[in-house]
Design a protein around this ligand. Structure first.
Ligand SMILES: *Cc1c(COP(=O)(O)O)cnc(C)c1O
Length: 425
């Protein structure tokens, strides 16, 4: 390939040469990623064929959105792809937190208890649950919460979980992705074992999985291994970069029906909800999602290989089997986080001229730095990086609609780190 094209971004020969030395080491991993994408592409395609998707299913609906055939077919396709009885896939679900809140608030009643057997949940879930006081939290509605932390080696504390499950335990919430923690993400098979254990302790307990960042990273998703319900965001994996907003919940039909009644109103349920002319992007985004996710996972694998070779701690390690699209890189200093993020920003198709700068953010106790130049605001299936400015000064790198874009992002991060005198290639 003619590498002249990369000079336009200000990429130094040393960076290009370094990337070339790293690429052979990720080829085996890339082959695994491609095989998963191939499987998931066939899964999505078959679901669309089974459901008889046709162009009228992309028609817009307005107002109440009564008799919206496209919306109903889309939800069938999601259910089929994820092995669920039913699904709720809506632009009215604002984000991942909203989807998770729906699944929890619709299925927990006053006096019930929620258990997290995998330690602390994602930041925004603290207010949903009421770990941090918030208006409208589950706690305000009389739902209690219990948490069993992971063992020091990152595995499940089965004894602790057995002890924590009691007559009030109605739901178990399992977060697949590490989010912004330094624990490992869980594999679908591991989640299946945990669910089986919880059900052995209490057969009627409802197991929910926060599947954010996990969809299509493996051949199976959590419902395939026994989860009763799972939820996620459409501006992450399953939207394939095309969905401009939205979230989904899928799983057992009775649980999804309760979510629909919570999203709209009791008695209305799934029957209502205009599609805002977004159906084509939801269908087409889902169709592209397996390969888009594969691109993002390749970007993460390449980033891990580059930074590991330079001596940084990366989670997951290079070559490790991946369970989500997130790559954590411990850069060790504020300056390195800034340089890295500036590289990612400089590689963006949108807002490439912006300069990421650490700043305070509501809900966080340290400054945060973010790099994102996305077509959809806040979309993290698109190339982006963020992290709290505190030890171990870790950045969370994720997304990339195409592998080639993710590659440019990683190379630009190396370039900016080198220019700042933080690494020698
Ligand atoms: C992104 C994410 C959420 C919340 O999603 P938002 O769309 O940002 O509200 C919840 N859990 C995990 C693991 C996530 O990655």
């Amino acid at each position: 390939m003619n590498k002249e094209i990369y000079r336009q971004f200000g990429l130094d020969d040393k960076v290009l040469a370094f990337a070339d030395t790293v690429l052979p080491s990720v080829q085996e991993e890339f082959a695994r990623i491609d095989a998963i994408a191939e499987y998931n592409q066939a899964k999505v395609l078959h679901a669309m064929q089974e459901c008889g998707v046709n162009v009228t299913h992309f028609n817009p609906s307005t107002g109440y959105g009564n008799d919206d055939m496209g919306r109903e077919v889309l939800e069938k396709v999601y259910a089929l792809c994820f092995g669920a009885e039913d699904a709720l896939v809506r632009p009215q679900i604002t984000c991942g937190t909203h989807a998770l809140y729906l699944a929890l608030s619709a299925n927990l009643l006053p006096g019930d208890e929620l258990l997290s057997p995998v330690g602390a949940p994602y930041d925004t879930m603290e207010e949903v649950i009421g770990i941090r006081d918030a208006v409208g939290s589950l706690k305000e509605y009389g739902v209690s919460y219990r948490q069993v932390d992971l063992l020091p080696d990152g595995t499940f504390d089965y004894e602790g979980i057995r002890r924590a499950i009691n007559e009030k335990t109605k739901m178990v919430t399992i977060q697949r992705s590490k989010g912004y923690a330094t624990r490992p993400s869980f594999g679908v098979a591991e989640i299946g074992k945990l669910i089986a254990f919880c059900k052995q302790c209490k057969p009627d307990v409802i197991c929910m999985v926060d599947n954010c960042y996990g969809e299509f990273v493996e051949e199976k998703d959590p419902i395939h291994v026994g989860a009763d319900i799972m939820a996620g965001s459409l501006i992450k994996n399953p939207g394939g970069g095309l969905a401009t907003t939205g979230g989904y919940v899928c799983g057992r039909a009775d649980l999804v029906e309760r979510c629909a009644c919570r999203l709209t109103a009791p008695g209305l349920g799934k029957e209502l909800g205009a599609n805002m002319n977004l159906l084509q992007s939801f269908f087409q985004g889902l169709f592209l999602a397996p390969t888009v996710v594969a691109s993002a996972v390749k970007g993460a694998a390449f980033a891990a290989a580059c930074y590991e070779k330079l001596g940084y701690r990366v989670v997951p390690a290079s070559g490790e089997v991946r369970h989500d699209i997130i790559q954590c890189i411990e850069l060790g200093s504020r300056e390195a986080m800034i340089a890295f993020c500036r590289g990612i920003q400089a590689a963006a198709p949108v807002d490439s001229y912006a300069t990421p700068t650490p700043s305070a953010m509501a809900g966080y106790d340290s400054e945060i730095i973010m790099a994102a130049g996305a077509f959809n605001q806040g979309s993290s299936i698109e190339l982006s990086t963020d992290g709290p400015i505190r030890p171990p000064y870790a950045v969370y790198f994720q997304g990339g609609l195409t592998w080639y874009h993710a590659k440019i992002g990683v190379m630009m991060s190396l370039q900016k780190m080198m220019e700042a005198g933080l690494l020698n290639l």
